[in-house]
Design a protein around this ligand. Structure first.
Ligand code: A2P
Length: 324
C-alpha cells in the first residue's frame, strides 16, 4: 500500500475507506471487508453520525484480521459547532471514546466556518458566526494543544481555500499537514493543489466517485455522472479496469490520498485495485482535458441570504491564485 510522509512526520496510506453515508450493519461489514482487503486508513467524522458504530466494528475487525492499532490510520474531524477553543478538547475526546481508541492519526477542522454555541446544524443563517467572531487561529491553537497532549498525531483542515490556508499559516505554530477537499476530474482544483504543494500541505480527495448517494439537497438537476465521463471510460478500457478504479488511481498516481466510500463487499475490493494501478502520462493528460465542472458538496443553506458567507468566499481561489 502506497503512503505519503506528511510534513509532521506521519506516514499516511494513500487509499482510505470513506464512511460518510455509511451506516448500520453494512458499515460494520464494510470495515471488516476493507481491513481484509488491505485498507489501512479509515476516514471518519462525528457529523456522519456513525463514529460509535465504527468504534464497535473496529475493535472486532482489527482482531479478526490481526492488525494492530498502530498499523491503522484513523482520521476524524472537528465539527463546526465546536470551534471555540474550550470546545475542541471535549469534541476530540468524544470522538476518541466513540471510536474506542486513545489517539487519532489525523484530526481536521472540518470546515472553515463555525456555528453559534450549541448549534449542531444551523436552522437559519443567523446561527452561523462571522469570521471575526471566532478567528480560525483560536481554534487552531486548541488543535495544536491536542498534539502536545498526544491525543492526535497530526492536524490539518478540510474545505479550506487558499486564503483560508494563508490566514491559518500566518499564526500557526504547527502548520496544517493535510487539506481534505473535494477533488475529481469535474473539480480538478489545479490552483489549490499548486498552493498546497508549494506549502507542503498534503491533499486528500473526498467524493472521488461523485458521491451519487448524497442527499438530494446537495444535488443539481443537470448533473453528470463521473463514472460515465468519456475520458475516464476510455482509460478504464485501456487498463481493463472499471471507471471507479481509474478515478481512484488518478489521485494515487498524483500522490494525493483518496477516500472512496463503499459498503458493498465487491466494490470495496474492486476499489482496492486502484492502489496498484499507475496511470501513465497520457492518461493524466487525458484527464486534464476534461472541461465539465461540477461540485458535489456545497451546503447551499449556509450561504443563503443573511449569511456572513457567500458561496464564493468558501470556494474561490482565483484572487489568491494569481498571487501564488
Ligand atoms: P456503494 O456504497 O453502494 O458501493 P464517493 O466515494 O464519491 O462519496 O462515492 C460513493 C458512492 O459511489 C456510493 O454510492 C457508492 O455505493 C458508490 N461506489 C463505490 N465504489 C464504487 C464502484 N467501484 N463502482 C460504482 N460505484 C461505486
Amino acid at each position: 500500500m502506497k503512503s505519503v510522509e506528511l510534513k509532521s512526520g506521519g506516514k499516511m496510506p494513500l487509499l482510505g475507506l470513506g464512511t460518510w453515508k455509511s451506516e448500520g450493519e453494512a458499515l460494520a461489514a464494510a470495515i471488516l471487508r476493507a481491513l481484509e482487503c488491505g485498507y489501512r486508513h479509515i476516514d471518519c467524522a462525528p457529523i456522519y453520525g456513525n463514529e460509535q458504530q465504527i468504534g464497535r466494528a473496529l475493535g472486532d475487525a482489527l482482531s479478526a484480521v490481526k492488525v494492530s492499532r498502530e498499523d491503522l490510520w484513523l482520521t476524524s474531524k472537528l465539527w463546526n459547532a465546536c470551534h471555540r477553543p474550550g470546545d475542541v478538547l471535549p469534541a476530540c475526546m468524544k470522538t476518541l471514546n466513540d471510536l474506542k481508541v486513545d489517539y487519532l492519526d489525523l484530526y481536521l477542522i472540518h470546515w472553515p466556518l463555525a456555528f453559534k454555541p450549541g448549534i449542531e446544524y444551523p436552522a437559519s443563517t443567523n446561527d452561523i458566526l462571522r469570521k471575526s467572531e471566532l478567528p480560525i487561529g483560536e481554534t487552531w491553537g486548541a488543535m495544536e494543544k491536542l498534539v502536545e497532549m498526544g491525543l492526535v498525531k497530526n492536524i490539518g483542515v478540510s474545505n479550506f481555500n487558499i486564503s483560508n490556508l494563508q490566514e491559518l499559516l500566518f499564526t500557526a505554530k504547527i502548520g496544517p499537514a493535510v487539506n481534505q477537499v473535494e477533488c475529481h476530474p469535474y473539480l480538478q482544483q489545479a490552483d489549490l493543489l499548486r498552493f498546497c504543494r508549494s506549502s507542503g500541505i498534503h491533499v486528500t480527495a473526498y467524493s472521488p466517485l461523485g458521491s451519487s448517494d448524497r442527499p438530494d439537497s446537495l444535488k443539481s438537476k443537470d448533473e453528470k455522472s463521473l463514472l460515465e465521463c468519456e475520458q475516464i471510460q476510455k482509460i478504464a478500457e485501456k487498463h481493463g479496469v472499471s471507471p471507479a478504479v481509474v478515478l481512484i488511481a488518478w489521485h494515487i498516481s498524483e500522490e494525493r490520498s483518496v477516500i472512496p466510500k463503499s459498503t458493498s463487499a465487491e466494490r470495496i475490493k474492486e476499489n482496492f485495485q486502484a492502489s496498484s494501478l499507475q496511470l501513465d502520462s497520457e492518461d493524466l493528460g487525458d484527464i486534464r482535458t476534461v472541461t465539465h465542472q461540477q461540485r458535489c458538496v456545497s451546503p447551499k443553506d449556509w450561504f443563503a441570504e443573511g449569511s456572513p458567507y457567500r458561496e464564493e468566499d468558501i470556494w474561490s481561489n482565483q484572487k489568491e491564485a494569481m498571487a501564488v
